[in-house]
Structures are given as structure tokens and as C-alpha cells.
Design a protein around this ligand. Structure first.
Ligand SMILES: [Zn+2]
Length: 76
């Protein structure tokens, strides 16, 4: 019988059932439920800023094929 065994390890990103001692990825302090997985709003803002200033931008609509997005030396 080659039955699929139960998943052994718990995926850290999917471990939401229980409450692990999550730490704020920004400052390392214990996360609070209010701003999970961060420790405070400030840390949540920091992460948000990373998103906004990062490459996580929403692609523009494709109704203007003549409009190319200028790239500012983004080859780093
Ligand atoms: Zn924090």
C-alpha cells in the first residue's frame, strides 16, 4: 500500500492554527495579534514601505501599447 503519509513538518508560513511565538520580522520583538505578524504599527509600516518602494508594483493596464515604462537604471 502506497498511501500518502500525513504531512510531517508544519509549513512555517501555514502554521496559523496554533499560535507560535512569532517574532516581528522587522525588529524581532514578539508579534502582537493586532499587527500580526509585526510587533507594532510602526513595523507594519516599515514592511509596507518596503513593498511600495520595492518591485511589487501593479502592472499598468494594457490599453496603451505605445506607452513604455521608463526604467531608471534598475539593473542592480
Ligand atoms: Zn517590530
Amino acid at each position: 500500500m502506497a498511501k500518502a503519509a500525513k504531512p510531517k513538518g508544519v509549513n512555517p508560513t501555514a502554521a496559523k492554527a496554533v499560535r507560535p511565538p512569532a517574532k516581528c520580522p522587522i525588529c524581532g520583538e514578539p508579534a502582537v495579534p493586532e499587527f500580526f505578524p509585526f510587533s507594532s504599527k510602526r513595523c507594519a509600516d516599515v514592511d509596507l514601505n518596503r513593498w511600495l518602494s520595492g518591485r511589487y508594483f501593479i502592472p499598468a493596464v494594457e490599453s496603451e501599447p505605445d506607452r513604455e515604462i521608463p526604467t531608471d537604471e534598475d539593473e542592480g
